[in-house]
Design a protein around this ligand. Structure first.
Ligand code: ADP
Length: 950
């Protein structure tokens, strides 16, 4: 059997039925095997004394291969009722589907056996009827469908010999790797996604994968279990770690590691993938470095044989960083941190409403003993008034004064709530801890604020992983398996990280050393070094947070002649993060001395002169709000809106910089505005576009605002759908997602929700694809335990095909599924915009909005300085260079400014998306991890080899 695809269990309630069933299947070519492992026999079958395994191999009559039936005798089992003969047996809840070359031969066989059956024929072009399917019942009243359609396309499509064949792939595989995977240290959401991806990708690469339960404790206690494809089903959506984690003192001793080495060797494991924090990864490296000493000692003490010592001369270690604190150096982000941030933001948002109602102050303590990432990111994402982190004590001699002046200023500006976020390891300049209760006392005593403390504690670890962590864990784990396969005894243990939105692999011990250096730098009061050792974005975000939140004290004002009137407009459909962008742009612009204006209801609003000044307090609370507070429409100037009116209103209100936040219509708008500059001087102002659309289809940025919120909304919906299906029946849901002509949402949500497959415009969909997918689904359902309902989902992009609509695809799958499964549709529609923007969208919005204001200053400085020197008024036309009409986006960790004129060359304007899509590299993983990879030549080779070995 292919690993992961096991067998079907049938239970006979009498000896006679047991024998008849055995004979029945033998008559169709099944061979009787001895039970594979007598020791594993359940008590029940022992009691009843009978068990038989029947296996079907492809032969000259049957196309289907590798079906195994486990037949048990259990007299207490209730026999299945025979379905009515006037009922269509093809619609029976479950069925065994067998593909045969000639259905007519089967019919004769059934006549000989005297079995009742139903048949289905179709009329051919010549007018004759052709028999295509037969539905019959075995002696236990299980339905069997004999059909002339191939059930396992890829098995058949894979040539048995020659190029690309299973045989060739088997030869290329080299010795089979046996990989152990363990999760260790503090649990982190996404660890399960790691285990799932290591198991499935490992199997697809011809490896055997073993789960080590309870972290290193499982190595010491031999808690090692071989995993198959199905062992990790449902793992993606579950937080924590299902295989367990523990702090293991024995592993810190040589004796413990000696025992661990013995257990690994006895299990045949040569590689370990460890997902944990710096402690766990240090432990792994220590283990590897003393491996040869451990094996020598085991040999000396005759705990392993000479042959075993020869076979296990080295141990491969690959590290994955699972840590909610994002505290590891050499990686931009760790598995679990983003989900934890989700939990924090949900809590702070909830606390915000009660704080607002009572005009209270809240001090919220979050995790992070040596790392302030969670506190800082949460501060940005929730618009907190102040944050305390370990790496950078507050400016000024006395943090209490600084805190009070900021909180008091914000109150004077009209705020009814004060929120302070403090990392549990926050320190002052003298390295004295800053504790939540100290902050509370200060706010109460000095400012008279009704202040409460909330310690979020373990809520931060819990809950379903965010889409980001599922994807991160999946792609990193795939890289970890690849690293195992590439490894040699000489290569240092790698740690899989993330840099610039790319998966990286670097020396594990170097990363651990750098991580320890942060704590050391803090201990030496070298705070600049501590910040430097974090990822580059961390320092930038810290500055951005201060510039937009703390420094509203007139300390950042630009000279009067450089101050601008900044217009902010939303275009296109609402997207999570639009309001956060407006809020930061307003607050930062005010801190710099500019005057921000809201342009209401998009370009039609601008044409109508709907412009009003925005105030500091007017945007309070916008960070966490979904939708568009400014109002948004799709109309594009120069198309649906008159360009002359736009130019007129910009001139009338003397708008000197324009921040456009929106999707592809916003991109088209900026192109048209830039092109019309030669006609209208008032358009000769800097124009920044922050992409905001769930579809993530605007060029010039890796991510658009709203796309992360949408992914989370889709993934949450898919989790609910799968749960419902699993509880009731075998059902496939065809879920329609947005994305326009871009498959981004379907690919990323497909990866994060474990979709069986996806249909995206980049690939299209046709009948043969649907046929192959229905066969794949049949294979999966046939492999499920007989008494299990399983929910599966397929994501279909809304524009993938006019013919194969969501309903049509669902109907085809249902029909082709031969009653093995049912199918339903779910059109998620505007639910995908989400309610509250995700933390990632809020943080991206904040960063890009601040950078946009900097961009405006840069592109107006020349003209304004010249006018100032010449003692003249600021000109209407401030800039004409194409670079001053740009998409302000993210590329990896950097903020980039790319002119729309340049971006047209890399854009498919007709299909409204960039020509290049970085996320397409994730596409093959969706199918592979859902099981289609089982049928690749390599997997076939593994299958061939396993069969030979067994
Ligand atoms: P984290 O991985 O989250 O940093 P810990 O520091 O608690 O968590 O480490 C988890 C486990 O890793 C420990 O319980 C121990 O078994 C193992 N470990 C940590 N440091 C070492 C070490 N220096 N040598 C051997 N094992 C270690």
């Amino acid at each position: 059997m292919v690993k992961g695809l096991s067998h079907i269990v049938y239970i006979a309630s009498s000896d006679e039925l047991f024998q008849n069933t055995l004979e029945f299947y033998k008559a169709f070519g099944f061979k009787v095997l001895t039970a594979p492992n007598q020791a594993e026999k359940s008590e029940k079958s022992e009691e009843n004394g009978k068990e038989a395994w029947l296996k079907m191999e492809a032969n000259e009559h049957i196309m289907t291969s590798n079906i195994t039936i486990r037949l048990l005798l259990n007299i207490s089992c209730v026999p299945k009722n025979k379905p009515d003969s006037d009922q269509d047996w093809g619609l029976n809840e479950s069925a065994l589907a067998l593909s045969v070359f000639d259905v007519a031969t089967v019919k004769s066989q059934l006549d000989i056996l005297g079995c009742s059956y139903q048949d289905r024929s179709i009329k051919s072009f010549s007018g004759t009827f052709q028999l295509i399917e037969i539905y019959c019942l075995d002696p236990l009243n299980n339905t069997i469908i004999f059909s002339n359609k191939p059930a396992f396309p890829s098995l058949l499509e894979t040539p048995l010999t020659g190029p690309g064949s299973a045989e060739e792939a088997a030869e290329n595989l080299g010795p089979k790797r046996k990989i152990g995977v363990l999760t260790s240290g503090g649990d982190a959401p996404g660890m399960n996604a790691c285990v799932r991806a290591v198991v499935r990708y490992g199997i697809s690469k011809g490896c055997e994968v073993y789960a080590v339960y309870e972290g290193y404790q499982g190595l010491v206690d031999n808690g090692i279990k071989k995993m198959d494809w199905k062992s990790v089903r449902g793992y993606l959506s579950v937080g924590g770690t299902t295989i367990g984690t523990a702090r293991c003192m024995p592993f810190k001793t040589r004796e413990g590691r000696l025992q661990a080495a013995e257990n690994l060797i006895k299990s045949g494991i040569d590689s370990l993938i460890v997902c944990g924090g710096d402690g766990s990864l240090t432990g792994a490296d220590v283990f590897r470095s003393e491996w040869s000493g451990l094996t020598s000692e085991l040999l000396e003490n005759e705990r392993i044989t000479e042959e075993e010592a020869q076979s296990y001369t080295s141990l491969t270690i690959v590290g994955l960083v699972g840590s909610i604190d994002n505290d590891m150096s050499s990686t931009d982000i760790t598995i679990g941190a983003v989900t934890s941030l989700h939990r924090i933001c949900e809590s702070v948002d909830s606390i915000g409403t009660t704080a607002l109602s009572h005009s209270r102050a809240f001090v919220i303590e979050v995790m992070g003993r040596h790392c302030g990432w969670l506190a800082l990111a949460a501060g940005i994402a929730t618009g907190a008034d102040f944050v305390f982190i370990p790496e950078r004590p507050p400016a000024g001699d006395d943090w209490k004064d600084t805190l009070c002046s900021v909180a008091e200023r914000h109150r004077r500006l009209g705020k009814r709530k004060t929120v302070v976020i403090v990392a549990e390891g926050a320190l002052d300049r003298n390295l004295d801890p800053i504790k939540a209760k100290d902050i509370k006392n200060i706010l109460t005593d000095r400012l008279g604020l009704d202040t409460r403390v909330t310690t979020l504690g373990h809520t931060q670890r819990g809950g379903a992983p965010a889409a980001f962590d599922r994807i991160l864990a999946t792609i990193q784990s795939v890289a970890a398996v690849d690293a195992v396969l590439r490894s040699t005894p000489e290569t240092p243990s790698p740690m899989i990280g993330m840099s610039n939105n790319q998966v990286t692999s670097g020396p594990l011990m170097k990363a651990v050393e750098l991580t320890h250096e942060v704590a050391k730098a803090i201990g030496e009061k070298n705070f600049a070094r501590a910040m430097e050792l974090r990822d580059p974005q961390f320092a930038e975000e810290y500055l951005a947070y201060n510039a937009t939140t703390i420094l509203d004290d007139n300390s950042m004002l630009v000279p009067a002649h450089r101050r601008l009137r900044v217009g902010i407009i939303n275009v296109g459909a609402p997207a999570g993060g639009m309001n956060a962008a407006s809020r930061t742009a307003v607050r930062y612009a005010l801190n710099r001395g500019h005057t921000p204006f809201a342009i209401l209801n998009g370009f039609p609003g601008l044409a109508a002169g709907s412009i009003e000044e925005l105030t500091w307090i007017g945007v309070d609370g916008w960070t966490s709000r979904g939708g568009s507070e400014l109002g948004t429409t799709r109309a594009v100037p120069g198309e649906a809106v008159d360009m002359g009116m736009i130019a007129y209103q910009l001139q009338k209100f003397n708008i000197q910089s324009l921040l456009v936040v929106g999707g592809f219509e916003a991109f088209s708008s900026v192109i048209n505005l830039e092109a019309a500059r030669s006609k209208y001087p008032s358009l000769c102002i800097p124009i920044a576009l922050i992409s905001a659309t769930v579809s993530n289809n605007v060029p010039g940025t890796d991510f658009s605002l709203g796309s992360d919120t949408a992914l989370n909304a889709i993934v949450d919906s898919c989790d609910a759908i799968v749960q419902s299906a699993r509880s009731s029946r075998r059902r496939v849901f065809v879920v329609e997602v947005q994305g326009g002509r871009s498959g981004y949402l379907a690919v990323e949500a497909g990866l994060a929700s474990g979709a069986s497959t996806i249909y995206i415009p980049e690939e299209g969909v046709n009948l043969s694809r649907l046929q192959s997918d229905s066969r794949h689904l049949m294979a999966m359902y046939m492999d499920d335990a007989a008494d299990k309902s399983e929910g599966r989902i397929i994501l279909r992009n809304e524009t993938v095909s006019k013919t194969y609509t969501t309903d049509v695809i669902s109907d085809i799958l249902k029909d082709e599924g031969h009653a093995l499964f049912d199918s339903r549709t779910a059109v998620l529609g505007h639910i995908q915009q989400g309610v509250n923007p995700s933390p990632m969208d809020r943080i991206r919005a904040t960063r890009l909005a601040k950078c946009s204001i900097d961009f405006f200053e840069e592109h107006t400085s020349l003209a304004l300085e010249k006018a100032f020197e010449d003692n003249e008024e600021a000109p209407i036309s401030l800039t004409t260079i194409p670079e001053s009409a740009a998409v302000v986006g993210v590329s990896g960790v950097d903020v980039t400014y790319r002119s729309v004129k340049e971006l047209i060359n890399v854009t498919d304007m007709k299909n409204r998306k960039p020509l290049d899509a970085w996320w397409m590299s994730h596409r093959p993983l969706v199918d592979l991890l859902s099981g289609r990879g089982l049928f690749t030549p390599e997997a076939q080779a593994t299958l061939t080899r396993n069969q030979a070995e067994n």
